[in-house]
Design a protein around this ligand. Structure first.
Ligand SMILES: Cc1cc2nc3c(=O)[nH]c(=O)nc-3n(C[C@H](O)[C@H](O)[C@H](O)COP(=O)(O)OP(=O)(O)OC[C@H]3O[C@@H](n4cnc5c(N)ncnc54)[C@H](O)[C@@H]3O)c2cc1C
Length: 305
């Protein structure tokens, strides 16, 4: 909930101000200030009910300008915070087709007529207030358009790397904590009078995980500046791919090393299942790897420089 709002939704909202300066619409500026002050929450609604989440430019939700009004119609799925947020930042299309200039952001107050919010039923991530949202020809003053018409995808792409860096840093913190807990347990747990930690196979499996997390941490450190300041898409894609390849492998091994205790409430098996979102939310790992392959010319040149 914190990650999507702080690293994605707020930067997109804020970009309307930096794009338009003092001409930024007052409703968008006011919402941004409320969220920054902690007085309101904003959810980022991109994943669309009309197509697979991996097919962002196939989304169906419309954001149309009709006179001095904005009309939002369609639906979004699996939106973090949507169950409690005062505002929904909605990515929609203002004309048909997949061209990247066909999309815009709209700021929809959650209490607007025509908005329906239904909790996403799940046994996981109970406190994330993840919900599905419907927009039935929701009419708003035109100043609820965030940024200029047709700049939706460009603005999203510009800020994606920030969320991907924050996600990678979260992944390092989470896997580091679970590794530390696992090591403690292995030191305490004895078999044939010896701590399991002294077993060579256990140590090797644990060490492999530690190396993977150290590599992810090193990647975060080396790409942080270009991900945030340079808003480099390749840095974000590399980081999110690395998260997808690291987190599940490490947490699965930790969960195994905790034996039956891994199944306890709040245990490593549950953490692993919830952390699966790091390889899905904001872009599935396969899509990230396809991006790495697409950018391989540039990435190989960077390796040689
Ligand atoms: C807990 C949670 C919170 C979320 N929060 C938000 C949010 O705040 N805002 C928001 O907009 N969305 C949110 N999402 C949605 C998330 O971004 C999407 O789930 C994600 O983009 C993937 O879309 P999808 O689920 O439709 O999977 P699909 O696109 O249907 O993909 C399903 C599977 O198909 C395979 N696949 C898909 N594409 C490819 C490809 N190109 N190559 C190879 N294999 C592929 C992968 O194995 C993938 O996991 C959230 C999701 C979850 C689970």
């Amino acid at each position: 909930g914190v990650l999507v709002q702080a690293a994605s939704a707020l930067p997109v909202l804020g970009s309307a101000r930096s794009d338009a300066g003092s001409a930024a619409p007052s409703s968008v500026t006011a919402a941004c200030e409320q969220v920054l002050a902690g007085a309101a929450q904003v959810a980022l609604a991109a994943t669309d009910e009309a197509t697979a989440g991996s097919d962002l430019s196939g989304l169906g939700t419309e954001v149309r300008i009709e006179g001095d009004e904005l009309v939002v119609h369609g639906g979004k799925r699996w939106v973090t915070n949507a169950g409690g947020a005062e505002y929904l930042l909605v990515l929609g299309r203002h004309r048909p087709g997949r061209h990247f200039t066909n999309f815009s952001w709209a700021l929809v107050p959650a209490k607007s007529a025509g908005v329906t919010v239904s909790t996403a039923t799940s046994g996981l991530l109970a406190n994330s207030a993840t919900a599905h949202v419907g927009f039935d020809s929701v009419r708003l003053p035109a100043d609820h358009l965030v940024g200029r018409t047709g700049r939706g995808m460009a603005v999203f792409a510009r800020h994606m790397s920030t969320e991907r860096l924050a996600g990678a840093q979260w992944a390092v913190a989470l896997t580091g904590r679970v590794l530390a807990d696992t090591r403690e347990r292995l030191l305490r747990r004895t078999a044939e009078g010896e701590p399991l930690w002294h077993n060579a196979v256990v140590r090797q499996g644990f060490a492999e995980c530690l190396v993977r997390v150290a590599q992810l941490r090193a990647l975060c450190d080396s790409l942080a500046e270009s991900a945030v300041k340079g808003q480099s898409l390749s840095a974000g894609t590399l980081l999110k791919s690395a998260v997808g390849l690291t987190v599940d492998t490490v947490l699965a091994q930790c969960a195994r090393l905790q034996g039956a205790d891994g199944f306890a409430a709040g245990g490593a098996q549950g953490i692993r299942a919830e952390a699966g979102v790091l390889g899905i939310g904001g872009g599935v790992t396969e899509l990230m790897l396809a991006g790495v392959a697409d950018m391989s010319d540039q990435l190989l040149a960077e390796l040689r420089s």
